[in-house]
Design a protein around this ligand. Structure first.
Ligand code: ATP
Length: 245
């Protein structure tokens, strides 16, 4: 049962769509299990996966945004309600989540999924306020990530969300500082949205480890951390065989 100390839940209708952005380089079983758990727990009807566009000079050699999307489509293919967008692949220049959210302009605001590692850097992203007003942020746990940094980032977001004035603010902050974060929802009155923290049963894998692992001696082990159709694609096309020096 979620601890809801926000006093209000989502403004207007509860979102039925969740956005899931990431490099997906490559998409792995951790991404898939996160999406499945979110779909069930937040009862969303649709998940929109958005591979981040990288400027060409920052691409991992031989893997473009389009190819990351191809692998993503193989991974989510056949799953009702799971779709991908090439919006960031088509954007000129580096992609910014805030820009994507503005261009998509989804109303009512959808959920936006973020691992706690990614959220820890949230305030260094361009225009975080655009993301806060355009989506209901959902921060999920990752094995081995730094909960302390996440707590600090949540406190900063709550302060920015104007939760310090109401009586509930003290409890909200105390809850983050001392409480065990399991499933908590706060409202961000200044933005008309909410911020959620969800502890999920994450699969311990990252794309960074995968890229290293796939280029190493134990390629078979790492291939098994990929969704089956992605594994077949990577084997057939001989992708991720070398890790750049
Ligand atoms: P990299 O290691 O290259 O940073 P990644 O595995 O973190 O890649 P991304 O594509 O950057 O994958 O992740 C997209 C989003 O999914 C991020 O918000 C990230 O925190 C989250 N995420 C990735 N892997 C997991 C996992 N195993 N469990 C929970 N969340 C995850």
């Amino acid at each position: 049962m979620a601890m809801d100390i926000s006093g209000v839940t989502e403004r207007r209708a509860r979102p039925t769509l969740a956005l899931f952005g990431g490099a997906f380089n490559p998409v792995h079983r951790g991404h898939m299990s996160l999406a499945a758990e979110i779909e069930a727990r937040l009862e969303v009807r649709e998940i929109l996966f958005i591979p981040t566009g990288h400027p060409p000079h920052k691409e991992f050699p031989g893997i473009s945004c389009e190819e990351r999307k191809i692998m993503l489509d193989l991974a989510i293919g056949g799953h009702p309600g799971w779709v991908s967008s090439d919006i960031e692949c088509r954007m000129k220049g580096p992609s910014f989540t805030a820009r994507t959210i503005s261009v998509l302009a989804i109303d009512p605001p959808p959920f936006f999924l973020l691992g706690e590692d990614a959220f820890a850097d949230f305030w260094s992203w361009g225009h975080p306020e655009v993301i806060l007003s355009g989506t209901h942020l959902v921060i999920v746990t990752r094995p081995g990530s730094e909960e302390e940094r996440t707590r600090k980032a949540i406190i900063k977001t709550l302060r920015a969300g104007g939760l310090l004035d109401p009586l509930s603010a003290g409890d909200a902050l105390l809850g983050v500082r001392r409480g065990k974060l399991e499933e908590v929802v706060w409202s961000l009155p200044n933005f008309g949205t909410t911020l959620r923290f969800l502890r999920i049963s994450a699969v311990d894998v990252s794309s960074t480890d995968l890229r290293h692992g796939l280029a190493g001696e134990n390629r078979e082990y790492w291939l098994d951390l990929l969704p089956d159709p992605v594994k077949s694609y990577i084997v057939k096309k001989r992708k991720y065989q070398v890790f750049p020096k």
